[in-house]
Ligand binder design. Structure first.
Ligand code: R1P
Length: 291
């Protein structure tokens, strides 16, 4: 087997992975990702005990127990570029022997659950409710750098035809969440299921115009009318598709839970964004404690 070179998998002097600053023993097999580093405490404040804490740049980690279940919560910051780092380094922690730099014979599968904020794009997606991303619809170009089957799937081909973006953008793709994790969350009344679109920016890429005009003026209309497996695109954010795609390629299970704090169709913003996020944190922790 080929040894992974020092330049390809960079380790810190203490043996931890370069960006996350973590060693294999620092993480649980169930990982919660949040965007905002200040949200890490909002999650871990509910833990019975915290065993480990670390931070480097926007990547802040707490590992502990919640109702007897070992969990790690880690902040990713905003955007797809950080997701590439977080997913690859988390995978390296469990599936690469950092001493020999060899991929392990027996691969581990992590459960990775995102707790994030998001904007609804259908008028029926209510403010202050939760949306579970049954699939991620990615406008990021990340997966085109990896060999993958998602790009060639029937679902992706249908999407590309429907959205038909103005020239020279990355081909969008569609990738499903973990069925096992989705089953645990979807029976609840407070959870709407839909497709979560992931954009490479917050303004133009999500169809917002402040002072600049858009290339694709009917982008949001195309998105709201797309359907896959009986699901419509319900919401937009900036990480889910890459989490789902990398989880699928690396053999992990992923689910994205979204607190809806804005609705792009009605133009409203939540009066209580903190409350809905806190509620989603408690809801998710409770679900995970039962796995
Ligand atoms: C944009 O404001 C950020 O908020 C959403 C988007 O995905 C993006 O990261 O999620 P978080 O609240 O989890 O960061």
């Amino acid at each position: 087997m080929k040894q992974i070179k020092e330049s390809e998998l960079i380790l810190n002097p203490d043996g931890s992975v370069y960006h996350l600053n973590l060693k294999p023993e620092d993480i649980a097999e169930t990982i919660i990702t949040v965007g905002d580093q200040d949200r890490v405490e909002k999650v871990s404040q509910h833990f019975d005990s915290i065993l480990f804490e670390a931070q480097k740049r926007e990547f802040k980690t707490h590992t502990g127990f919640y109702k007897g279940k070992k969990l790690t919560v880690i902040s990713t910051g905003i955007g797809i570029d950080n997701i590439d780092i977080v997913m690859n380094e988390l995978d390296a922690l469990v599936n690469i022997d950092l001493k020999t730099r060899l991929v392990r014979d027996k691969l581990k599968s992590l459960d990775i659950i995102r707790i994030g904020t998001s904007g609804g794009i259908q008028d029926y997606v209510e403010l202050d409710k939760f949306v579970m991303g049954k699939a991620g619809l990615g406008f990021d170009g990340l997966i085109h750098y990896y060999q993958n089957e998602i790009t060639h799937s029937k679902a992706t081909q249908g999407l590309v035809k429907h959205i038909d973006l103005f020239k020279s953008k990355a081909q969008p793709y569609i990738v499903e969440c973990s069925d096992r994790l989705a089953e645990m969350f979807e029976e609840e009344i407070q959870v709407t299921s839909g497709i979560t679109a992931t954009n490479i920016g917050f303004y133009g890429p999500q169809g917002r115009t402040l002072r600049l005009s858009l290339q694709d003026k009917d982008f949001l209309d195309k998105l709201t009318t797309f359907e896959y497996n009986g699901f419509k695109v319900t919401n937009m954010e900036m990480e889910t598709s890459a989490i789902y795609a990398l989880a699928k390629m690396l053999g992990h299970h992923a689910l994205s839970m979204n607190a809806i704090i804005a609705n792009r169709s009605t133009g409203e913003f939540s009066k209580n964004p903190k409350t809905v996020i806190d509620d989603l944190i408690k809801f998710t922790l409770d679900k995970l404690s039962k796995i």
